[in-house]
Design a protein around this ligand. Structure first.
Ligand SMILES: *[C@@H]1O[C@H](CO)[C@@H](O)[C@H](O)[C@H]1NC(C)=O
Ligand SMILES: *[C@@H]1O[C@H](CO)[C@@H](O)[C@H](O)[C@H]1NC(C)=O
Ligand SMILES: *[C@@H]1O[C@H](CO)[C@@H](O)[C@H](O)[C@H]1NC(C)=O
Ligand SMILES: *[C@@H]1O[C@H](CO)[C@@H](O)[C@H](O)[C@H]1NC(C)=O
Ligand SMILES: *[C@@H]1O[C@H](CO)[C@@H](O)[C@H](O)[C@H]1NC(C)=O
Ligand SMILES: *[C@@H]1O[C@H](CO)[C@@H](O)[C@H](O)[C@H]1NC(C)=O
Ligand SMILES: *[C@@H]1O[C@H](CO)[C@@H](O)[C@H](O)[C@H]1NC(C)=O
Ligand SMILES: *[C@@H]1O[C@H](CO)[C@@H](O)[C@H](O)[C@H]1NC(C)=O
Ligand SMILES: *[C@@H]1O[C@H](CO)[C@@H](O)[C@H](O)[C@H]1NC(C)=O
Ligand SMILES: *[C@@H]1O[C@H](CO)[C@@H](O)[C@H](O)[C@H]1NC(C)=O
Ligand SMILES: *[C@@H]1O[C@H](CO)[C@@H](O)[C@H](O)[C@H]1NC(C)=O
Ligand SMILES: *[C@@H]1O[C@H](CO)[C@@H](O)[C@H](O)[C@H]1NC(C)=O
Length: 372
């Protein structure tokens, strides 16, 4: 029992000693010269960056690390000036203190041509202290497929808002250019007057940055269901974009259509409409002596279309009708309309029909009607 425990501890210590870690396996190529690189190939996208994790051991104190790019895993590696200039300004050592034996590098502004195998050479201050490891790190750079992240808060017409576009990747290479474009109805390019854009670079951790652009503008009803596109261009004509359809909540004026004069017995049809997003709820009510009557028994209505109908109207249906639009159950917009019913009652003859000769005959014919 004790023995078993002991060996387990021993095994743990051994594996800790060999420097095995989650990201790679140590390869000792000569007594005292070992390198740990990531297992398998590293994949990255053009325009972004890649980190090649790396650590090594040497019997001398290292002062320089050099990376070579190789076409194949076994083949020769390019040590030419042209390759050096190709990478100038794009490669950085994550741990500047070489004596820490941490050879991790970050390659920024990646191009697809950066795909290949990378080989490490370590040098000390004494000319004879140098070692080139055979193990190589495989890197594959693919075309950029990541898209920017566009965040649109809920927009309300007339309330200034800010949209945010974040470039993909957390790299410390060249800052990308971020541009906004707007596409209106009918695929027409349009632009927002009075917009302001702001570009921001934020340090996330040492050596990683986040690039964002904000677009601040005053949304209008006209911007509803149009498309906004954020385009991010990285060095080397590498672009990616994201398009989103914009929703703007708005409510326009209430409009009432239909004939306000109707003949008794016919049908009164009125429509109350309000252009809005999201759609409004429309309710009709009849006014009686400056008192809003919620009783809707006298008519039928459709709260979605705003249609009001009274079949077989009577003189009593005359009066003021009020239409109320409820938008996002907050805004109440009202409009009223006066309905007149044209009618005529049977004529009535009044007066004495029997009269003595020589007297005055006075008869009155009256017909209740509107208009008189
Ligand atoms: C190398 O240094 C970088 C930056 O300090 C660090 O993130 C990384 O973990 C180090 N790698 C090793 C193997 O120590
Ligand atoms: C450099 O290395 C050689 C051979 O290992 C040794 O003879 C020499 O003394 C070293 N020079 C220095 C300055 O350490
Ligand atoms: C907005 O984009 C969507 C898909 O991204 C497309 O279907 C729609 O037609 C576009 N609308 C306009 C106004 O361009
Ligand atoms: C698109 O723009 C053209 C030219 O500016 C204009 O004639 C056309 O009416 C526009 N279409 C829409 C749907 O706004
Ligand atoms: C913002 O306004 C500028 C002019 O001030 C214009 O060139 C640009 O296209 C506008 N951007 C958008 C997204 O409308
Ligand atoms: C981000 O880091 C860089 C160098 O590491 C530095 O020059 C810059 O001032 C930093 N920016 C911010 C906003 O901290
Ligand atoms: C950003 O735009 C400027 C001016 O158009 C250009 O000089 C620069 O190269 C662009 N940068 C990138 C990363 O595309
Ligand atoms: C815009 O509204 C439509 C319908 O209400 C919804 O399906 C869509 O997700 C909304 N778009 C955004 C960006 O909120
Ligand atoms: C007005 O409405 C009230 C109830 O809301 C009702 O009692 C009254 O009779 C109505 N008046 C007229 C003139 O219709
Ligand atoms: C219309 O109303 C009058 C009075 O209320 C009634 O006599 C008549 O039958 C009604 N006509 C129809 C078609 O409903
Ligand atoms: C009003 O809207 C809120 C959220 O938009 C909802 O939770 C609430 O139930 C609504 N109230 C009524 C009376 O519909
Ligand atoms: C009805 O409308 C008229 C004119 O459009 C207005 O003077 C009146 O105050 C309105 N009445 C109500 C109750 O809104």
């Amino acid at each position: 029992m004790f023995l078993l425990l002991w060996t387990t501890v021993l095994l743990c210590e051994i594996s800790a000693d060999t420097g095995a870690s989650v990201w790679g396996e140590q390869h000792c190529e000569q007594q005292g010269y070992c390198v740990t690189l990531s297992e398998g190939e590293l994949t990255a996208e053009a325009g972004l960056c890649v980190v090649i994790p790396c650590s090594f051991t040497t019997i001398f104190t290292p002062t320089h690390v050099i990376w070579y790019k190789c076409k194949t895993a076994e083949g020769k590696c390019d040590k030419s000036q042209s390759v050096q200039s190709e990478f100038r300004g794009r490669v950085s050592l994550l741990e500047p203190d070489v004596s820490q034996r941490n050879c991790s590098i970050m390659i920024n502004d990646l191009r697809e041509s950066d795909s290949g195998f990378y080989q490490l050479r370590v040098e000390g201050s004494n000319k004879s202290d140098a070692f080139t490891f055979i193990s190589k790190a495989a890197v594959t750079v693919k075309g950029l497929s990541q898209k920017p992240t566009v965040v649109i808060p809920p927009l309300t017409a007339g309330q200034q808002s800010t949209l945010t576009c974040t470039a993909p990747g957390l790299c410390s290479g060249s800052a990308p250019n971020i541009t906004w474009s707007w596409r209106g109805k009918g695929n027409n390019d349009s632009y927002i007057t009075g917009n302001t854009t702001e570009f921001k670079t934020e340090n996330v951790t040492a050596g990683t940055q986040r690039h964002t652009s904000t677009l601040t503008f005053n949304p209008l009803a006209e911007h509803h269901s149009t498309n906004v596109t954020c385009t991010v261009s990285f060095r080397g004509d590498i672009t990616t974009e994201e398009t989103q359809t914009v929703n703007v909540s708005y409510v326009k004026e209430v409009q009432i259509t239909g004939s306000r004069k109707v003949t008794e017995g016919e049908t009164l049809s009125l429509t109350c409409s309000v252009e809005s997003f999201p759609p409004s709820l429309i309710t009709w009510a009849k006014m009686n002596e400056s008192d809003l009557q919620e009783d809707t028994d006298t008519f039928t209505q459709d709260q979605r279309t705003g249609a009001l109908s009274i079949y077989n109207v009577t003189a009593e249906d005359s009066g003021q009708y009020v239409c109320t639009a409820t938008h996002l159950n907050k805004t109440h917009k009202m409009r009223n309309v006066t309905v007149t019913v044209i009618y005529i009652r049977k004529p009535q003859i009044s007066g004495s029909t029997a009269v003595n000769e020589g007297d005055v005959l006075s008869l009155t014919c009256s017909a209740e009607s509107f208009p008189p």
